[in-house]
Design a protein around this ligand. Structure first.
Ligand code: FES
Length: 58
């Protein structure tokens, strides 16, 4: 599944960045050697970040 259409960033790529310790949207892009273009995916990436943080608390 593509999370970011502009950068062809998959959910797996976002999860990989999360697993590597990324905790901000900008870090997700940086770790995948890209940057936001339209910003349309930012909310979805934030949701994935929030879930990762919740998982850490459990
Ligand atoms: S969909 Fe991610 S920057 Fe456009």
């Amino acid at each position: 599944m593509r999370v970011c259409l502009c950068n062809e960033l998959s959910a797996e790529a976002v999860e990989g960045a999360l697993d590597a310790g990324a905790r901000r949207v900008a870090e997700i892009f940086r770790r995948n050697a890209c940057a936001p273009v339209c910003g349309g995916c930012v909310e979805a990436i934030r949701t994935m970040l929030d879930r990762a943080r919740e998982d850490e608390r459990e």
